[in-house]
Write a protein that binds this ligand. Sequence first.
Ligand code: SF4
Length: 79
Amino acid sequence: MLYSFLDGKGTIGFIPSITEPFCQYCDRIRITSQSMFITCLFANAGYDLKILLRSKKSEAEIKRYILECIKKKPEGVVV
Ligand code: SF4
């Protein structure tokens, strides 16, 4: 939803992920400051990248792990 200010000097938008979900098209991922890799903004849990990056895993193994996490991305979380 996009709204224009009455003076025409700007717009403000809202992402209605609850009332108008677009989860099937979502490609958003997040990495928190605690190194948690989260595949949905409403997810209660994520994947700890710090442990993975500090392990002796190769770059290819890390890449494969991250891709597997993304494949498990939910189509949205009911709140
Ligand atoms: S998948 Fe998660 S982050 Fe993406 S639109 Fe749905 S609720 Fe939001």
